[in-house]
Design a protein around this ligand. Structure first.
Ligand code: URA
Ligand code: SF4
Length: 204
């Protein structure tokens, strides 16, 4: 398995898709093709947490291989963060969608689904032990901070101490892809690149 830029991606033994396939902690497994495990080197200093697999990821069984992933790879490159120092995963492991014509439209996971799937993220945090977590978007932030509540807007651009780790909140790449105008797009993309730089520096 490789990332968009050709870097080999390794899936940790504890995160094998076969284990996610048996998960019934919430109902999202039912309409998804497969569970999508996180991927990256064990003991990566940096963990990036997204929301949930998209249409492409659901079919491929790998995180961030679609358009959002391509943008993330570009942002990592621009920030000077080598892909082999990053473990990539999602707050929710099954794709939540609703039919719109022939397409499967992304649906934002509910709080109870985020909470149910936190079980898997916790295992990844234990296995990988990153010093720094980049939370991509509001869903990731909710999951990473567990019970603590913070709106993305109120904490973006800051670094949060949580559970002995540093959490760097930023926009989800889909926010950039959906930006209504070029100015918003540039600013959101710039904010992601900046967050990745801050996170990588903090990860030492
Ligand atoms: N968006 C996410 O949050 N995660 C993916 O894996 C793909 C798109
Ligand atoms: Fe389990 Fe998460 Fe899938 Fe829900 S989304 S069934 S909690 S793996």
């Amino acid at each position: 398995m490789t990332a968009n830029d050709g870097t080999p991606i390794e899936i940790l033994p504890d995160q094998q898709p076969s284990r996610l396939a048996d998960c019934r902690r919430c109902g999202l497994w039912h309409d998804a093709t497969q569970g999508v495990a996180g991927a990256g080197p064990k003991h990566a200093p940096l963990m990036m947490v997204g929301e949930q697999p998209g249409d492409k990821e659901d079919l491929a069984g790998e995180p961030f291989v679609g358009p959002a992933g391509a943008m993330l790879d570009a942002a990592l490159k621009e920030a000077g963060v080598p892909r082999h120092d990053v473990y990539v995963t999602n707050a929710v492991k099954h794709f939540k969608w609703e039919p719109r014509g022939k397409r499967r439209m992304h649906k934002t996971p509910a709080q109870k689904e985020i909470a149910a799937c936190h079980y898997w993220l916790e295992q990844e945090l234990d296995d990988v032990g990153p010093r720094v977590i980049v939370a991509l978007g509001a869903t990731a932030l909710k999951s990473v901070l567990s019970q603590r509540t913070a709106t993305l807007q109120s904490v973006i651009g800051t670094v949060i101490e949580h559970d002995g780790r540093q959490v760097v909140p930023t926009y989800h790449p889909s926010f950039v892809l959906r930006a209504p105008d070029e100015d918003t797009r540039q600013r959101a993309y710039g904010a992601i690149v900046e967050a990745l730089k801050v996170a990588y520096r903090a990860a030492g």
